[in-house]
Design a protein around this ligand. Structure first.
Ligand code: ASP
Length: 349
């Protein structure tokens, strides 16, 4: 359930809509207890939010959570909230845990497109209650960006000194304040003394003011498997034989290289014959999957879709969205959609 709390009515224009879902941002100092401050306390602890002279409507999940416990229904809950208040909001700020922030941002970018209002997500590495918390700065920078309205067509993560396209982002650090990067795509803005936007990178804003598309089903019968040298194909074969999967994503080695195993190839073929779709992304942080080595040939012969320079988070959530909303998707359509950018999640070629 999502409840509205007392917001801030200062200033002119449409309000920024803040949704608090949990995460370290609002956790009590003793992280092991996983107890959360109510949103009203959070706003009281950051009185500077009033200085923006901008109306804020604030909403909170009745049970804020650690984002590592989020499930697809939670993504849908967030996207429906955004759609519900879309026309009456200047933009959205989702307060979220960092562990699955890139997954949520990626999924929102697939569900909510095209956009004409910014959807920002932020969180914190240290709880607001603690003296050296980064929560205050992350919240205030996000509000500044939403107030300026320079960015309108992106689902973006505002964290520390960077504004990143959400579906290009990944959590790279569990201890630094700068915990997010988008290694294959430049930041949308650098958040320093000034906010330096790279507006040439922004997606074109939607023509309509209406809420973005309404499909939001998610296929959960999917699996993500990381390939490693020495992996025993028989384990994978056993797993695939006994699991009802609709979508399988491999994290392959280098530019898209797989184990050398004829029996695994047969097993992948039979998975495809049962109507499932298979795709892969690279384990490398930069570059893309391509087909230049013999080690890439088996996947390419099987028609396993190489997701170019997509992050694992973007590819997995795209697969879930695509299969959830198109249960009888042909192999050709799956390949076409997985390799075509919907909201800037991969390069065009
Ligand atoms: N486990 C926390 C979460 O993802 C970590 C954080 O917010 O930084 O909710």
């Amino acid at each position: 359930m999502i409840g509205e709390e007392k917001g801030i009515e200062r200033g002119e224009g449409l309000p920024v809509n803040i949704l608090y879902t949990g995460g370290t941002f609002g956790m009590r100092k003793d992280l092991r207890k996983a107890e959360f401050l109510p949103l009203s306390h959070i706003l009281k602890r950051i009185p500077e939010v009033r200085e923006f002279n901008m109306p804020l409507r604030v909403f909170s999940w009745d049970r804020p959570m650690d984002s590592s416990h989020m499930i697809p229904e939670d993504w849908i809950r967030i996207s429906r909230h955004i759609r519900k208040y879309y026309e009456e909001s200047r933009g959205f700020l989702i307060l979220h845990g960092t562990d699955s922030l890139s997954y949520t941002a990626s999924m929102l970018s697939h569900i909510l497109r095209p956009l004409r209002k910014a959807i920002l997500l932020t969180g914190a590495q240290v709880p607001l209650e603690a003296s050296r918390s980064d929560a205050r700065q992350n919240l205030l920078s996000s509000l500044e960006i939403l107030k300026e309205e320079r960015i309108r067509s992106e689902v973006a993560i505002c964290f520390q000194h960077l504004l990143l396209r959400g579906n290009r982002s990944t959590k790279v650090d569990t201890t630094s304040y700068a915990s997010f990067q988008s290694p294959r795509f430049p930041p949308l803005a650098h958040v320093g003394v000034d906010i330096e936007y790279k507006s040439s990178l922004f997606l074109p804003p939607a023509k309509d003011h209406v809420p973005p598309q309404t499909q939001d089903a998610c296929e959960t019968q999917v699996m993500l498997i990381k390939i490693f040298p020495g992996m025993e194909p028989r384990f994978l074969i056993q797993l695939l034989k006994h699991t009802e999967i609709k979508g399988l994503l491999f994290e392959t080695l280098g530019a898209g290289h797989m184990l050398l195993s004829k029996s695994l190839n047969h097993s992948l073929k039979s998975v495809q014959e049962r109507g499932s779709h298979i795709a892969h992304v690279s384990q490398a942080t930069r570059g893309k999957v391509k087909n230049s080595y013999a080690a890439a040939q088996p996947l390419s012969d099987l028609g396993v879709v190489g997701c170019k320079d997509m992050t694992t988070e973007a590819a997995l959530t795209k697969m879930m969205f695509l299969l959830g909303n198109n249960p009888n998707l042909s192999a050709e359509s799956f390949s076409k959609h997985m390799t075509r950018p919907w909201a800037g999640e991969c390069s065009k070629d």
